[in-house]
Every structure is written in C-alpha cells, then in structure tokens.
Design a protein around this ligand. Sequence first.
Ligand SMILES: C[S@@+](CC[C@H](N)C(=O)[O-])C[C@H]1O[C@@H](n2cnc3c(N)ncnc32)[C@H](O)[C@@H]1O
Length: 279
Amino acid sequence: MYFGPIPNSPYSIADLTFLVNSLIDTTINPCIIHYEGETLIMNKQTDFKTGPLAGKNYDRFEQAMPWYNEIEELLATTLAAKLRGIKDPQVLELGCGTGLTTEKIMKHVPNCHLVAIDSSRRMIIEARKRVRSKNITWMHTDATEYVCKAISNNYDAVVSAFMIHNLTPEQRRMLFKGICNVVRIRGGWFINADKYARNNEAKHLADLADQLLHFDVFNDDPAYRLKWTVHYLLDEKIRFTEKDQIDLLRNVDVLNHVTCRFTFRRRMEALFSARIITE
Ligand SMILES: C[S@@+](CC[C@H](N)C(=O)[O-])C[C@H]1O[C@@H](n2cnc3c(N)ncnc32)[C@H](O)[C@@H]1O
C-alpha cells in the first residue's frame, strides 16, 4: 500500500478519519510506506524488537508524551500500595522495554522479586544496563506464551506499561487468560499503564489529533516522526476502549471475581488496575 507523507499542517478530525479508514482496509502487518524515496516497513509485532522504533532511540518518545514519567511513577506507587504488608512480593512485568518501568517498580517496591519479560533481546540488554538488582530475573520471551504456559500461580501482581495496546483483541483475551493463570488464586493484582481509548469516539479522535500534533517534537527527524504517526494510526485498527477492557476482564471464564477500574487519564493514556480472584 502507499501511505504518503504526513502533512505538517494541523490535523482535522476529517483528516484523521480518512487516514484511519485508509489503513483499516489493509492488513496491519506489515504496513509498507513509501516516504521520500525510502520504503519503511512497519509491523506492530516487531517495531520495538528490531524495527524502526527499537533500541535507545525509543526513549525519545517521552518528549512527545510529557506525562510518561508521571503515569509510570503512578503505576509503581499503585503497585506499592496494593502490595503493602506482603513479605517479599512476587511481581511479573510484561514488556519491560528499556527498563523505565522496571526502574520505578524497584524504587517503590524494593523488596519485590521481579521477573521482567520482553520479546526483544535488544530491549532487555538496555534494561539490564539501566536497572541493576539481584532481585530481578530478566527473560527474553513472549509475554503471552510465558503466562499461558506457566505451571505455577505465585505472582502477587502482574504489571505492564505500553505493551498491551500492540495486541489484537483476540491476543489480549489470550494474555488475560494467561494472567489469571499466574496470579495467586486467592487474589492478585493486574496493573496496566497503557493506551486506552475513551468510550466516546469523537473525544478519542480529538485526543488522537492532539497527540499526532505533539509528534512535532521529532521535526528534526521527519522519518522518525512519520514512524510514530503511522504506529499510532495502526493502533486505531486495534483500538480498545475503557469499556472493552472492563468487558474483557469480566468475561474471562477462569475468573471467579474481578474488581477493576481506571484511575488516571491524560489524553490517550490511562492507568487500569484489577483485583483478580480465580479460586
Ligand atoms: C512501548 S514499549 C514499553 C516499554 C516499557 N514498559 C516502558 O513503558 O517504557 C513495549 C515493549 O513491549 C515489548 N513487547 C511487545 N510485544 C511483546 C510480547 N508479546 N511479549 C513480550 N514483550 C513484548 C516490546 O519489545 C517493547 O519493549
């Protein structure tokens, strides 16, 4: 498919609807873009692994989303509050990336035993350099495979930041089933800082327009800006609202009981936490 240069002019909702619809009819992986004589191949499963958004450049994303630090900090302080009183809590982090979230978890829950997973070897290498702790076990593996195949359910909490929005709804369902498989049967937590669409579509599209404009922090590198823009437009194909998330958890058949809620939102990002009981 051809996806021409993204205009630098402000996006209107009509522009966005057009852009999103033009991608909706195409297969999500790979999405091939011709841009200024170059061919870019975007693939949601590998963009962060070996692809155009991988490696240390990834940390520049924070400039386009100023509350990145705040929401990750909030994820870690929420985790600390939920685990207060538990001796040596066991925590699983899915999609640790370069270790930004991991670092905050270890700051706020220093007594935890953390298993940090990422499907990208490159990301794990960066994360290990950033966070040095004998309480962390690093694993280069696929998150869904890990939780679905696990034979013990000894995690007090499963946390994740900005990994899950890359999954299709069906992949999310499999992942959540797996998460239920690894949390303690008498109760565990799932805490997720991620992209969640507002239930109101017009408001969501306004958020998207606003975010795309904020990618102007990458104007010094137009190709990089374009990659993030396309990544966000591809996310629209697997858009997941707050309501979808709550419905999904309520319908996972292995669950005995779940209480879940959203506690924070800025533009397209939100913090979600759920108490999961499978017994
Ligand atoms: C956007 S980054 C977020 C990293 C980090 N949590 C943060 O907030 O900075 C998403 C990470 O999830 C990883 N990832 C994507 N799909 C995965 C999967 N199925 N299993 C494990 N890791 C995955 C990517 O390699 C990437 O490092």
